[in-house]
Design a protein around this ligand. Structure first.
Ligand SMILES: Cc1ncc(COP(=O)(O)O)c(C=O)c1O
Length: 365
C-alpha cells in the first residue's frame, strides 16, 4: 500500500483507478451536492442542477479532444459490448459489407455481433501472430462500398495500440476506444464514430461515451428499437430516458481533473513516462521478463509480459500481490502478467512496480 494516502497500487484493467482528487471531491459533495441538500444521485435528471453537470461533461470532452462542431457527444449505457451490436444495427443494412480490422479478442467480439446484421469481413487479422502487432496501413485492403471500417484502437488483453490511424476517405471509420480514449491526442475528424466504456480512462462503469459525426446519425437504419438508435440519444441530448447520472457526474469530474493537469498533452507525457518505467524493467532484464507485443505496437495503457518460466511467473504474481500490487494477472483468456497504466494510475504506482520487478529479478534469476 502507498503509505501516504493508503491507496492500493491499482493496475486493474477496468474498472480501474480513479484520480484520488476526484474521489475526494465526490466524497465531499456526496450528501449535499452544491447546496441542493441532496446527493447528485438523488437529483432529478430533468433538474437544472443535473443538467449543468451533464452539459459541462459534454463541453469538457469536446474541449479536451478538440471535437469538431459537426460531431455530437452522447452518453449511452450497455458498455462497449452494446456498441458492438448498435454499430452494425444502425449502419450495416442487410446484404451490405463492413470491414473489421482484427487485432484482438474485442475485435472478435465486435465482429461476431456484426455477423448478425449483415456481411462483415476481415480487412486484415494479426491473429496468426497471437495478436502481437497492429497492422501496417498498406495491409488494409477494403472496398469503397463498405458500410464502414471498424478498428479497436487499444487491445486491452494483448497490450497493443495504434500509434496513428488510417484515412479511409468516404468509407466511415469507426473505432472502439474503450481502453485508450483521452490517453493521447488524435484527429477526431478521421472517424465517423468513436465509442468507449468509461470505466478505464474516463470514470466509473455504467456510462458509455459515443462521439458521432452528425451526418452519420441521419444515415442510420430507422427500423430498430428506439433505445438502440443513436438518433434517439442525439435528439434528446442523451436525456431520452434516465441516464446514469452519478457516472456522468464522475466522468465530468475526471475531465476537469485532466484539464487542471494541463489537458491531453500533459496526460500523454505522464502516460509515456509511466509506461517507460515498466517497459524498461522488461527490456533491461536480459529475457527474464519478455513482452507480448512487438515493440512498435506496444500499448501505453496495458503492458503485457511474461516471466521466463511458469513457476517463476506464479511466484512473481504471488509476491506482487503480497506487496500490494493489484490486478497484475493477465486476462484469464491469455494468462501471463499485465499492468494497466490508465490515465489515473499515478506515476509513483508505476515506479514502485518497476522497482519491484527489478528486485524480484535480482533475487530470482
Ligand atoms: C477494447 C475493449 N472494448 C470493449 C470492451 C467491453 O466493454 P464493456 O465491458 O464496457 O462492455 C472492453 C472491456 O474491457 C475493452 O477493453
Amino acid at each position: 500500500m502507498n503509505s501516504l494516502v493508503q491507496r492500493a497500487y491499482n493496475f486493474n484493467a477496468g474498472p480501474s483507478a480513479l484520480p484520488l482528487a476526484v474521489l475526494e471531491k465526490a466524497k465531499q459533495e456526496l450528501i449535499d451536492f452544491r447546496g441542493t441538500g441532496m446527493s447528485v444521485m438523488e437529483l432529478s435528471h430533468r433538474s437544472a442542477a443535473y443538467e449543468e453537470v451533464h452539459n459541462n461533461a459534454i463541453a469538457l470532452l469536446k474541449e479536451l479532444l478538440s471535437i469538431p462542431e459537426n460531431y455530437e457527444v452522447l452518453f449511452l449505457q450497455g458498455g462497449g459490448s452494446l456498441q458492438f451490436s448498435m454499430v452494425p444495427m444502425n449502419f450495416m443494412k442487410p446484404g451490405e459489407k463492413a470491414g473489421y480490422i482484427m487485432t484482438g479478442s474485442w475485435s472478435e467480439k465486435a465482429f461476431s455481433e456484426a455477423k448478425l446484421f449483415g456481411d462483415p469481413y476481415h480487412v486484415v487479422s494479426t491473429k496468426e501472430s497471437q495478436y502481437r502487432r497492429i497492422p501496417q496501413f498498406d495491409e488494409l485492403q477494403y472496398n469503397p462500398t463498405d458500410a464502414y471500417i471498424h478498428l479497436t484502437s487499444n487491445n486491452t488483453i494483448y497490450g497493443t495500440q495504434w500509434k496513428d490511424f488510417p484515412v479511409t476517405g468516404d468509407v466511415p471509420l469507426i473505432a472502439d476506444m474503450s481502453s485508450d480514449i483521452l490517453s493521447k491526442p488524435f484527429d477526431v475528424s478521421k472517424f465517423s464514430l468513436i465509442y468507449a466504456g468509461a470505466q478505464k480512462n474516463l470514470g466509473p462503469s455504467g456510462v458509455t461515451v459515443a462521439i458521432i459525426r452528425k451526418d452519420l446519425i441521419e444515415k442510420a437504419n430507422p427500423n430498430i428499437p428506439t433505445m438502440l438508435k443513436y438518433s434517439t440519444h442525439s435528439k434528446n441530448n442523451s436525456l431520452y430516458n434516465t441516464p446514469p447520472t452519478f457516472g456522468i457526474y464522475m466522468l465530468g469530474e475526471v475531465l476537469s481533473w485532466i484539464k487542471e493537469l494541463g489537458g491531453i498533452h500533459a496526460l500523454t507525457e505522464r502516460n509515456e513516462e509511466k509506461a517507460k518505467l515498466i517497459y524498461e524493467a522488461i527490456d533491461q532484464s536480459n529475457g527474464f521478463y519478455f513482452g507480448h507485443a512487438e515493440v512498435e505496437s506496444r500499448s501505453l495503457m496495458n503492458i503485457t509480459f511474461r516471466v521466463k518460466d511458469e513457476e517463476l511467473e506464479k511466484k512473481f504474481l504471488a509476491e506482487a500481490k503480497k506487496e500490494g500490487f493489484v490486478g497484475v494477472n493477465g486476462h484469464r483468456s491469455v494468462g501471463g502478467c499485465r499492468a494497466s497504466t490508465y490515465n489515473a494510475v499515478p506515476y509513483e504506482t508505476c515506479k514502485a512496480f518497476s522497482e519491484f520487478m527489478v528486485q524480484f529479478q535480482n533475487v530470482n534469476q
